[in-house]
Design a protein around this ligand. Structure first.
Ligand SMILES: Cc1ncc(COP(=O)(O)O)c(C=O)c1O
Length: 392
């Protein structure tokens, strides 16, 4: 008990101590900036911000974020996890943790566009060179690796054009020349593709998508197996001052039990809609890794166990951008907006030539995120929107 308290002080320091032994199914939401120490010796002993057996400051985590880190590391088959305020900040943390002045990083030409833009910014500010490679290059990536190449990124698959990379071949090539491999594994939510098992050293997720599932928060995760690598990336986490709110971490923890069920429902819906689109005369090709026309389909069959809800189509080149825009605007159930992995289906048109160093396809690309609606209703919606532009 604290002696001689006035009411004002009592409002700050209460005597109540919760009884020990509270247990419940949900993870507790434990918020903090200040974390308390028992004495100065205790304070001095807790100086390693990456030590998850204790707490030192809210920025470095509370039991809520520690639990989420541990659960995500387990899902990906890794040992360590760092949470970041968005998927993009997770990508930036890997780059800033592993690259220094004069280093070189290779990005697939189908990389998430802000990651490519970040590469350009790193070049401008720090003299780090960021070069792109053909996502289908496989072992040929080796020819691009220079003495200063420290990192090779891959996306499995590219989240707009959907090429499925041969990650084992890319990883073997990178490792043979001393470069690390970082994988953006967001498309498969860490469920349908084993990044570490296929050669990645670092696996990154935009938790904003499937792990949240609610289209209501932004968060990223970087998972590693090697403690030294975790510590190098952890330096960037520390210096950038990245933290996540306990409420957001709780929302992801709350969504995890349904992650696989949701992912499988997205997958089934997407395959039904993709198969239907594949029969339509307006569509030149369906870029869905589980469909034979998709670049890297054979690799998907070899390495993946599922597909999720995200895929794209290329319209017949006879349809202009204005017409495919009209198609997107004509959709009623599908909404127009960025991101994916939520319950509501989304559709977006992309200007591929502006996004890629090389893009040879003639038709307009439109991307679908298949949500959790009845696929028959989604197909009916696409059908009515196509009717608005169809010509023979
Ligand atoms: C493949 C991929 N990686 C990373 C990100 C970035 O995630 P966030 O929106 O949480 O920054 C996205 C976002 O769309 C993405 O599609």
């Amino acid at each position: 008990m604290i002696p001689a308290k006035t009411l004002q002080t009592s409002l700050v320091h209460g005597d109540y101590a919760a009884p020990a032994g509270y247990r419940a199914c949900p993870a507790p939401i434990l918020r903090a900036s200040t974390v308390l120490f028992d004495n100065v010796a205790d304070l001095r002993a807790r100086s390693d911000w990456l030590d998850r057996s204790t707490y030192s400051y809210g920025l470095f985590g509370t039991p809520t974020s520690y639990e989420l880190e541990a659960r995500l590391a387990e899902i990906e088959g890794g040992a360590h996890c760092l949470l970041t305020p968005s998927g993009l900040s997770a990508i930036a943390m890997v780059d800033l943790g592993l690259l220094g002045q004069g280093d070189d990083v290779l990005l697939p030409d189908n990389v998430y566009s802000p990651s490519r833009e970040l590469g350009g910014w790193l070049t401008e500010k720090f003299g780090i060179t960021a070069r792109t490679y053909d996502p289908m290059a496989g072992a040929a990536v080796q020819e691009l690796i220079r003495p200063g190449t420290r990192l090779v990124w891959a996306e499995a698959p590219g989240s707009v054009s959907m090429e499925v990379p041969d990650l084992p071949a890319i990883s073997a090539a990178a490792h043979s020349r001393g470069a690390l491999v970082a994988l953006d594994n967001t498309w498969s939510a860490g469920l349908a593709f084993d990044g570490f098992g296929h050669g990645a050293d670092i696996v990154m997720q935009a938790l904003t998508k499937y792990q949240s599932g609610g289209s209501d928060l932004l968060m990223g995760a970087v998972v590693t197996r090697d403690p030294a690598l975790h510590r190098r990336i952890g330096q960037a986490h520390l210096h950038l001052g990245y933290g996540v709110s306990a409420e957001d971490a709780y929302l992801v923890l709350r969504s995890l039990p349904t992650l696989k069920l949701r992912f499988e429902a997205h997958d089934a819906g997407a395959r039904a809609v993709a198969a239907w689109l594949g029969q339509r005369p307006e569509i030149a090709s369906v870029l869905h890794p589980a469909c034979p026309g998709c670049p890297g389909h054979e690799t998907w069959k070899r390495d993946f166990t599922g597909a999720g809800g995200l895929f794209s189509v290329l319209f017949d080149p006879k349809y202009s951008e204005a017409e495919t825009d009209r198609f997107v605007d004509g959709l009623r159930l599908f909404k127009l907006g960025y991101s994916w992995g939520g319950a509501a289906s989304l559709c977006l048109p992309y200007r591929m030539r502006a996004m890629r160093s090389r893009w040879d396809q003639a038709g307009q690309l439109v991307r679908f995120n298949i949500g959790l609606e009845d696929p028959a209703d989604l197909i009916a919606d696409i059908q009515q929107a196509l009717a608005g532009i169809t010509r023979s």
